[in-house]
Design a protein around this ligand. Structure first.
Ligand code: HEM
Ligand SMILES: [Cu+2]
Length: 647
């Protein structure tokens, strides 16, 4: 019995049991459906074993959308609990668990895969490449991310959720104060997903440096590719820190080491430092690709090239360097002294300068543009003022002396949602609408899309602006309730209504997908937006090999030049194309990682040792494997091409 006790939920409630039943029923329904429609083979051949960057991208997208809803439900529950004073909907333990999983899911399992989706889908196409540098590694990255996400998501029904915040500060996160296995899930699930991310970083840096089409010098790369390159450089410098911190945290929890404890030579501030040396750059890994997307969208729908290309690039380079020099602004009040605080105050504020440069470049692009107000453009227009507000409150937080007032209040919660929702989430939805026709051959409905953009914006303002006020008045974050006498009640009710409006917006996205699948015209060209870069002259759907003939590039907007000046993008003859073979190994190896992670979380040592050996066996097998891919013959390419042209 003792053995099974560990898997039980330590602090159960009706909602958790209901979720268990729902998860069980959904799983059975999916398995039954796949069996009934005989789709197992298709799923295995076309998706699970795929090494095609476009399909891997779509799998990232599906994961991100599912996680958006998981994290969103968490967010609504938090707001519902705070809607009225002295509410008893959730108790303190559940509130702790929910803000922790909300934060982790939103940042690591929703926003990250969304960014990975865009990088996978867009970068190879934009640089005129046929694939990424290491296609099989790319599949392994995805499956490791996926298994990490799944492992994290079963925590609340098997053994208990983490409850020490998404920052998991020690000593709170130590064995002593977080007794359930929840924080083990945090340490190990993020570890597995993080290894995948690190490999993506290496893969895409190599891809962008080595596989650009002839003529595409660095300073002729499209802006999204630039942003992806810089984000991946940040990944390669930041993620190893996370890997090490999580490994140390795991050892503290499982093996009784004392890296982060308060006795035996441990140092809790070491965790805070390591966490934020990764954590601050992490938010730039999210925001820079978002900036890249906005740049593509704003120049396309303004009908002109991006203003200040070079300053756009240099501002991103500068932001990436500065992102590593500001981490201590996350603990101004933890006693590091006035001099240290001043230094980090200043470095933080300097980031506003390159960011401001970008905002002005977008505005100047718009100024002389012929604007087409499509859904992606509407998101971009809403982004500029809303994001600027978030930037301004960021500078307020950067003043270390003033931070003693804001610290750990709702002001901070308002600030970072203010940056991340208009900055990152809007960019993702804009980019999703923009690239949807390239992926699936039909457009999302524009009317529903614009409704969504407005609902999300209005909901956002109602949900988060009141938090600035209650925060300045002293409402603390991560607290499950407050008393009537504080007077925070009415503003929190407004917040709850705003969160509800946002929820309607998110549901509308799903409805839009459903509606467009049913009713949207399939008769669209490969270039429905009249766009400017190399992803658009490809056929829709994009064939496996992307480009039958590799394009030749003369500027950062080769497709636009080709359309306006009658340049020929694709010169030369079709030749046989080398492509990698599918492989089940990345998936199977990731499954072993999943079991390995699960065993460690529950201290099941024998399976942990067996799976560790298993992982090394997979690596050994791979290194002896002789698979050199295959060639697609010219005849097959010609057939595919003429079929796609005809369609
Ligand atoms: C959809 C609407 C959303 C709502 C209603 C919402 C609501 C909340 C609330 C009420 C809290 C504060 C809990 C507390 O401190 O008492 C919170 C924390 C947080 N949220 Fe959101 N959120 C939303 C979207 C997002 C998104 C899109 C992200 C990131 C991509 C995000 C990331 C976070 C993080 C990192 C925390 C901090 C968790 C912690 O304190 O450990 N949220 N959210
Ligand atoms: Cu920071």
């Amino acid at each position: 019995m003792d053995f099974f006790d560990r898997f039980a939920v330590p602090h159960p409630s009706f909602a958790i049991y209901a979720s268990m039943v729902a998860i069980g029923l959904t799983t059975i329904a999916i398995i039954a459906g796949l069996t009934y429609f005989k789709k197992w083979g298709y799923l295995w051949r076309e998706w699970i074993t795929t090494v095609d960057h476009k399909r891997i991208g779509i799998m990232y997208l599906i994961s991100a959308l599912v996680m958006l809803f998981r994290g969103g439900v968490d967010g609504i529950m938090l707001r519902a609990q705070l809607a009225v004073p002295d509410n008893t909907l959730l108790d303190s333990q559940h509130y702790n668990e929910i803000f922790t999983t909300h934060g982790v899911v939103m940042i690591l399992f929703m926003a990250m895969p969304f960014i990975m989706f865009f990088m996978n889908l867009v970068v190879p196409l934009q640089i005129g490449a046929r694939d990424v540098a290491f296609p099989r590694l790319n599949a392994l990255s995805f499956w490791l991310f996926f298994m990490g996400a799944m492992l994290f998501n079963i925590s609340f029904v098997v053994g208990g959720s983490p409850d020490a915040g998404w920052t998991s500060y020690f000593p709170l996160a130590s064995e002593e104060f977080s007794k359930s296995v929840g924080t083990n899930y945090y340490m190990i699930a993020i570890q597995i997903a993080g290894i995948g991310t690190l490999m993506t970083g290496i893969n895409f840096i190599t891809t962008i440096m080595k596989m650009r089409a002839p003529g595409m010098t660095l300073m002729k790369m499209p802006m999204f590719t630039w942003s992806a390159l810089i984000a991946n450089l940040i990944i390669v410098f930041a993620f190893p820190v996370l890997t090490v911190a999580l490994a140390m945290g795991t050892m503290d929890r499982l093996f009784g080491t004392h890296f982060f404890t308060l006795d035996n030579g441990g140092m809790d501030m070491l965790w805070a430092n390591l966490f934020w040396v990764w954590g601050h750059p992490e938010v730039y890994i999210l925001i820079l690709p978002a900036f890249g997307l906005y740049s593509e969208i704003i120049s396309t729908f303004s009908g002109r090239n991006l203003y200040g290309y070079k300053s756009m690039v240099w501002s991103m380079v500068l932001i990436s360097l500065l992102s590593f020099l500001v981490w201590a602004h996350h603990f101004f009040t933890m006693g590091q002294g006035a001099f240290t605080n001043s230094i980090f105050s200043i470095t933080t504020m300097i980031i506003a300068v390159p960011t401001g440069v970008k905002i002005f470049n977008w505005l100047l692009t718009l100024r002389k543009g012929k604007i087409r107000m499509t859904t992606p453009m509407l998101y971009s227009m809403l982004f500029i003022p809303l994001f600027t507000l978030g930037g301004v409150t960021g500078v307020m937080l950067a003043m270390s002396a003033a931070d003693y007032q804001y610290h750990n209040t709702m002001f901070l919660v308002a600030h970072f949602h203010n940056v991340i929702i208009p900055g990152v989430v809007f960019a993702m939805l804009a980019g999703l609408t923009y690239y949807w026709p390239k992926m699936f051959g039909f457009m999302l409905n524009e009317r529903l899309g614009k409704w969504t953009a407005w609902l999300l914006s209005i909901g956002f303002v109602l949900a988060f602006i009141p938090m600035y006020i209650t925060g300045l008045d002293g409402q603390v974050r991560r607290s499950f309730t407050y008393s009537e006498s504080t007077g925070f009640g009415p503003l929190n009710m407004v917040s709850f209504v705003g969160a509800g409006i946002m929820a309607i917006g998110f549901v509308l996205i799903v409805y839009n997908i459903y509606y467009s699948i049913r009713y949207a015209s399939r008769d669209i060209s490969a270039d429905p937006w009249d766009a400017r870069t190399l992803e658009w002259p490809t056929h829709t759907p994009v064939p496996e090999y992307n480009f039958a003939i590799v394009p030749e590039v003369k500027s950062s907007e080769p497709f636009w030049d080709a359309k306006k000046h009658d340049h020929k993008l694709f010169k030369g003859e079709i030749e046989k194309i080398h492509m990698p073979n599918n492989s089940g190994m990345p998936f199977l190896m990731s499954c072993v990682f999943f079991v390995w992670g699960f065993s460690l979380i529950f201290s099941l040592w024998i399976p942990a040792i067996i799976t560790t050996i298993g992982i090394f066996i997979f690596m050994t097998l791979r290194s002896f494997e002789k698979d050199h891919g295959r060639y697609i013959p010219v005849k097959e390419i010609e057939e595919t091409e003429s079929e796609l042209r005809g369609a």
